[in-house]
Design a protein around this ligand. Structure first.
Ligand code: AMP
Ligand code: GLY
Length: 430
């Protein structure tokens, strides 16, 4: 069959790479793809970014299965539209994607369904928000409502920082919504401590299939310092998710979410990603929901997957409750996979792109380099986005996986290349 992956980042390269390994697949199209998907003979890039045009193309080319990588097209309703035209597509509807696209929606949803999360209040009016901050004190967390590509969250260690974050959203109108229109909103929530993990499952509206656990490194610099980014590296599995924590996350977060969505009349289909905060007692709280797979978590997760990914995604797009998904058992490589992101200079605020990339090692059973912000210009591979590559290595221990990934990193060059040198450090302590 012919399948289509929507997106052009590292996550989409990894999804397409895995799909192409299935003997059932003839061609994997990636729209728009990147330099890495262009290089791979099993994949074909499609320069179509308009979703209506892509849907017409999918109909004309008899695409049997489409999978959506990023949140943007999901929040814009790509799944509703493809389905309305009789196409098989994996992802949540626009209504269900609100779990990610609106913090106010997801927090109210969690409260309504008793899903553990930080205490919070929602404000559209700056004076009331400032008064609330003064009452609560710091540290405290201010989140812009709406999609903000990971930039809408300020973990304020002091009150002046928190007040500034409120003004940025409600007075200056950063993140799009017009201030004073009632559309610009902030969620102000309790500061949680503990260790974070990314918990992803696949849903058909009713049944749930957990994927391997993972952990991401959101801050730019070593030791979790510096600004938040889309993610500077990830590894799978995450030792912090013990069997007990796993059971708890399923019981207290994932299953009530899937049942709650069903009850609310907006069944969830596709990948559900719960960002969890796990405290020293193993208690789990939900920091956020994403309605897609994580980037860069997908890269190590796909590197470990042994099952036929087409079979899995096909089962997830069967009618809700058909049991196809419930009957699946995923096979994982027992090794740890660890991915180090190489970012462009100036990332995350103002990445400078266009630098020539050299030295990417050939894929082996132990190392695979997934591309994100890369593009070919006149036959030369160049940087084209903030996160450029994710160098992913497999090994029996975290320590060796880390050493192997950094050995490969040292072979790669582009001007101003930034990366963290401590990816996996929490798992090394475990
Ligand atoms: P979010 O997009 O809501 O996951 O927030 C981005 C990052 O901010 C998370 O991965 C956490 O590192 C941090 N964060 C979010 N909410 C909280 C919270 N309530 N307490 C502490 N840190 C938080
Ligand atoms: N790596 C975090 C995310 O995909 O949201």
């Amino acid at each position: 069959m012919n399948v289509l992956v929507i997106g052009g980042g590292g996550r989409e390269h990894a999804l397409a790479w895995k799909l192409a390994q299935s003997p059932k697949v003839q061609r994997v199209y990636v729209a728009p793809g990147n330099g890495g998907t262009a290089l791979d003979a099993c994949l074909k890039n499609l320069p179509i970014t308009d979703m209506a045009a892509l849907r017409d193309w999918a109909i004309a080319h008899k695409i049997e299965l489409t999978v959506v990588g990023p949140e943007g097209p999901l929040a814009a309703g790509v799944v509703d539209d493809f389905r309305a035209h009789g196409l098989r597509i994996l992802g949540p509807t626009q209504a269900a994607a609100q779990l990610e696209s609106s913090k106010a929606f997801s927090k109210a949803f969690m409260q309504r369904h008793g899903i553990p999360t930080a205490h919070f209040e929602v404000f559209s009016e700056a004076t009331a928000a400032h008064a609330y901050l003064d009452r609560m004190g710091a540290p405290i967390v201010v989140k812009a409502d709406g999609l903000a590509a990971g930039k809408g969250v300020v973990v304020a260690m002091s009150l002046p920082e928190a007040h500034a974050a409120v003004d940025m959203v409600l007075v200056d109108g950063a993140f799009g919504a017009h201030p004073g229109s009632g559309e610009a909103r902030v969620v102000i929530e309790e500061f949680l401590t503990g260790e974070e993990a990314s918990f992803m499952v696949l849903c058909d509206g009713k049944n749930v299939l957990p994927l391997a656990t993972s952990q991401d490194h959101k801050r730019l610099q070593d030791g979790d310092a510096g600004p938040n980014t889309g993610g500077m590296g990830a590894y799978s599995p995450a030792p912090v998710v013990t069997p007990d924590v796993h059971a708890r996350a399923m019981r207290e977060v994932i299953l009530p979410t899937i049942r709650g969505m069903e009850k609310d009349g907006i069944p969830f289909t596709g990948f559900l990603y719960a960002g969890l905060m796990i405290d020293a007692q193993g208690q789990v709280k939900t920091l956020e929901f994403n309605c897609r797979m994580g980037d860069p978590e997908t890269q190590p997760i796909m590197a470990r997957l042994k099952s036929d990914w087409v079979d899995v995604l096909w089962a997830a797009t069967e009618a809700a409750g058909s049991k196809a998904l419930a009957d699946l058992e995923l096979q994982w490589d027992r090794r740890t996979a660890l991915g180090v992101v190489l970012a462009a200079p100036g990332y995350p605020l103002a990445p400078r792109v266009g630098g020539a990339i050299s030295g990417i090692p050939k894929e082996t059973d132990e190392v695979v380099v997934f591309h994100a912000g890369t593009q070919f210009h006149d036959g030369v591979l160049k940087t084209s986005g903030g996160r450029v590559l994710c160098v992913t290595a497999l090994a029996d221990t975290v320590k060796v996986a880390q050493a192997r990934a950094y050995d490969a990193v040292r072979q790669i060059q582009f001007e101003g290349m930034q990366f963290r040198s401590d990816i996996g450090f929490r798992a090394l302590k475990a």
